[in-house]
Design a binder for this molecule. Structure first.
Ligand code: NAP
Length: 306
């Protein structure tokens, strides 16, 4: 056992997957949970991935040695304000938010100096949400990024790292600003592009009388999977990782114009060279074990968002 009492604030995809993974490894004594709605709390209790549920976040964190904030990024501040005065001295607080600097700005001011705040982000997810959607293997062989603050106690970081590894993940540490830039490239901007493509196709569908859906090919189907991700979570990601995603979108638009021009002028060599370079990136991802080489992008078993 790594922590005696864990409190999960938010009981959706990530929190329920953590609970299942902690149960699988016997990593936590008691798992207490809080979600906004009574319905979610009841489902969590019924599914049995928490030992107790609490109507208030403050009650859920009482006596916990690890508190996990697993709510949308935009809800972090309100939750931190509620739990701040009720945390046990020496407790560790972590979060799983997809953006890190904004969460640090929102949460840190509400925590007492004796509380260890270690922001985190598991790079694992699916397009599903809610307490039913979690599963124990979600984090297996996925990265879990920690962005500890300079003043954080090293022993507390090492204990949290042990938990993440025992849940199946590989752990890396980096600073929050770097995290936000990396994720803007690998996750946030691709999501926005998928949302846009699906939106455009939806407009077109009205013209082509459902053919877009009927003859949906792998490329478009993959976009729709990504674009089915939780709207609240992704709204908050773009509102809080604004600078990095805007920077990326600027570069993306320039590249798109360059490719558009190559198509217009019939510049085959440019297109071929570009697509050869991108193919090599795909190979690198497979070699790094972050996706499978199965046809249809290996989507049958596991997605990866967040
Ligand atoms: P989710 O399945 O939609 O669950 C969110 C949970 O937060 C729900 O239990 C919800 O309660 C609760 N909640 C929302 N607002 C709250 C509030 N003000 N007070 C208390 N509880 C509140 O979300 P998720 O996918 O697990 O995402 C949680 C966090 O993980 C987000 O910050 C997200 O950025 C991050 N993340 C997500 C992924 C991914 O792929 N999904 C990957 C990595 C990280 P109700 O059910 O009662 O509404």
């Amino acid at each position: 056992m790594i922590y005696e009492r864990v409190a999960l604030i938010g009981l959706g995809l990530i929190a329920s997957s953590m609970a299942h993974a902690m149960r699988r490894g016997g990593l936590a004594g008691h798992i207490a949970g809080h979600a906004r709605s009574a319905e979610t709390r009841a489902i969590a209790l019924e599914l049995g991935f928490v030992d107790s549920v609490h109507a208030s976040a403050a009650e859920a964190v009482a006596g916990a040695d690890l508190v996990v904030l697993a709510v949308p990024v935009g809800a972090m501040e309100a939750v931190a304000a509620q739990i701040g005065p009720h945390l046990r001295p020496g407790a560790t607080v972590t979060d799983v938010g997809s953006v890190k600097q904004a969460v640090i700005d929102a949460v840190a001011p509400h925590l007492a100096p004796g509380v260890q705040f270690i922001p985190g982000h598991p790079i694992a997810g699916t397009e599903h949400s809610g307490p039913h959607s979690g599963f124990a293997t979600l984090f297996d062989n996925r990265w879990w990024l920690l962005t500890p603050l300079p003043e954080t106690d090293l022993q507390a970081v090492s204990r949290l790292r042990t938990l993440c590894e025992a849940m199946g993940a590989n752990v890396d540490e980096m600073d929050a600003a770097h995290h936000d830039l990396v994720l803007a490239v690998t996750s946030h901007t691709p999501h926005l592009i998928a949302y846009t493509m699906v939106g455009v196709a939806d407009d077109l569908r009205r013209v082509t009388d459902s053919e877009v859906i009927k003859y949906s090919a792998a490329g478009f189907r993959d976009f729709t999977r990504i674009a089915a991700s939780d709207p609240v979570m992704w709204r908050d990601v773009f509102l809080t990782n604004r600078e990095a995603t805007l920077e990326l979108l600027g570069r993306f638009t320039e590249e798109l114009f360059a490719l558009q021009r190559a198509i217009r002028t019939g510049d085959g060599p440019l297109l071929h060279e570009y697509f050869t370079r991108t193919r090599a990136i795909r190979r690198g991802i497979i070699e790094a074990g972050q996706d499978t080489d199965a046809p249809d992008f290996g989507r049958i078993n596991r997605g990866q968002t967040g």
